[in-house]
Design a protein around this ligand. Structure first.
Ligand code: ZN
Length: 271
């Protein structure tokens, strides 16, 4: 049965072969389970990322095959809070590579890991890189959701918090969760905690600064929140999700527009 959106796990094997022959982009949501303040479930990254990918697969039903979300990620620095399941960085990276390599083996040529947990990001990028090196005619890519220039404009227009207000369990993530399932969020417990020591270069917000410093989360956060969760609204969440979905579809279409890599013999001069 060909479903809409096309869900990988619901396909028979001949349908998998057909989806690969259609040159669909494999969209893989990647997240983690970890504390998101006293006001939100620990599945916040997973729920948001899976929702963005599902809506993107609905918006581009002929271009995407949606993989089941990868729920567990890299969160060792959060383990002082109850809840996180953390996977060792190398196990996690290899797991992602194995998923991508399996898809490549079945004939898929374009793979997008869409990540929703900050500390996964460099590992997800590495996994995509490794899939491309192992399968040299495959385009494998990684992206963080709601991170492009158009999203940045939407974020700037919508936000009521200042610098540091959108980092973790923050104005952005709380708004998005409110737009997905308002009853899952306890807004009376949503506070403004911005205690990460911000510097000129080591900054924490939806886009971090160039100097990366990530100590134990408990060394600077009491509630687990980093940002101003109290400013979150369902209305902002709807607009943020719309921006995230549009951006994800653009990522997919840009991958589709790129030529598949072809390795060339090095030449001393241009022809
Ligand atoms: Zn999060």
């Amino acid at each position: 049965m060909w479903t809409t959106p096309l869900l990988y796990e619901r396909l028979s094997w001949p349908e998998v072969r057909r989806a690969a022959a259609e040159e669909r982009v494999c969209l893989i949501p990647v997240a983690t389970l970890e504390d998101h303040g006293p006001h939100m479930p620990i599945d916040t990254d997973l729920r948001i990322t899976a929702e963005i990918c599902r809506r993107a697969a609905e918006a581009a039903p002929d271009e995407i095959v949606l993989l089941p979300a990868i729920p567990h990620g890299y969160s060792p620095h959060h383990m002082d809070f109850p809840g996180p399941i953390t996977i060792a960085w190398d196990t996690f990276t290899r797991y992602l590579v194995d998923v991508g390599s399996s898809l490549a083996r079945h004939g898929f040529t374009r793979i997008l890991y869409l990540n929703g947990h900050g500390s996964n990001q460099n590992l997800v990028e590495m996994a995509a890189r490794l899939v491309g090196l192992e399968h040299d005619t495959v385009l494998a890519a990684a992206a963080f959701h709601t991170s492009g220039a158009d999203s940045a404009r939407v974020i700037a227009e919508l936000r009521d918090s200042g610098q540091g207000g959108m980092a973790h369990a923050c104005e952005l993530e709380t708004s998005m969760y409110l737009a997905i399932e308002p009853d899952a969020v306890e807004m009376d417990k949503a506070v403004d905690e911005r205690s990460y020591p911000q510097g000129k270069h080591a900054t924490m917000d939806w886009s971090d600064g160039p100097l990366k410093v990530m100590p134990w989360w408990s060394s600077f956060s009491r509630t687990g929140i980093q940002g101003d969760a109290s400013k979150a609204t369902e209305e902002k969440g709807r607009k943020l999700l719309d921006a995230a979905v549009a951006e994800c579809v653009e990522f997919v279409r840009e991958l589709l527009s790129r030529p598949l890599p072809e390795r060339l013999e090095p030449q001393e001069t241009l022809p």
